[in-house]
Design a binder for this molecule. Sequence first.
Ligand SMILES: O=C(O)CCC(=O)C(=O)O
Ligand SMILES: [Fe+2]
Length: 346
Amino acid sequence: MSEVVEAPVSSNESLSKYVQEMSIDGDEPPPRYIVKEFPNPSPPSASIPVIDLSLLSSAEVLGKLKSALSSWGCFQVVGHGILSSFLDKIRDVAKQFFALPTNEKVKYARASYDIEGYGNDPVLSDKQVYDWCDRLFLNLIPQDSRKHHLWPTNPTEFREVLDEYSVKMKLMVELLLKAMARSLNLEEDCFLKQYGDQEVMAARFNYYPVCPRPDSVLGVKAHSDGSVITILLQDQEVEGLQMFKDDQWYRVPILPHALVVNAGDQMQVMSNGIFKSPLHRVSTSSENDRISLAVFHLPNAEVEIEPVKGLIDEKRPQQYRKLKNYAAINFECFQSGKIALETVKI
Ligand SMILES: O=C(O)CCC(=O)C(=O)O
Ligand SMILES: [Fe+2]
């Protein structure tokens, strides 16, 4: 199952109550939030690789990057040059936004047919198990795709901080995609040039309220991201993210000023299956609420992507077909219970 980015919502149905309201009212999670098969509710912590971005010119660090992405499909990045105080600031404005009363937040509510804006899990399928999470989803790039009326003006610095963060994320994505190419002995622009300046970037602020049933309810169900690359700012104090590797779930520890980077499904396609788009999920907590910010980077829906030629040979034939608009593929698969990546395999 993959995460839907930029997909339309299939029905006009909306969930009646925000998760935050259920949490405040002390409601039992309704049956549609209960995960029937919930393997490893309390998995061990894992030391996922930590990469220093300022050392990416070293062959050793590039080797570590390649190994991280071909095993875990993710790593924590440090040495990224973004001030800790700025990361704290963005967490702070997000916290302030979700702490506003509902009647203030709904000024930015998503339309029932859209995912952009403030809201709870969009209803995409009648078999869907809902996530214990409210979110604020905003397009960042291209600039003219921004729906400014959905960008909070409370707290007052929200827009300015998010805009500044988007500039930093764009630079970081470029650096990472070039390093990822070099780690495979490819020309450094081989991923980026597939979609030129036709890139899309979107931010999803996730708010996970306290949940009375952490053993049977997930903040986000197991999924892989449909992006090329995702950069995640975790909560500074509350863990929740879990990664799946070698048939086992692992908790991702918090490194307060690191960002978690993971390859998305479209990177698995472009790297001809060498880099893995990891399955991940988010647990809930009965003690603490949690906030995270995911920035998804992907090509515009019109652009075709395909496995890089230099990664195709007799030993490793082409594994995925040329495709475009992965979000739409993802969306259809979500509704029919299929795994999107499987459907684009050759
Ligand atoms: O909250 C997290 O740690 C992860 C969220 C996530 O996986 C997503 O937004 O796609
Ligand atoms: Fe995700």
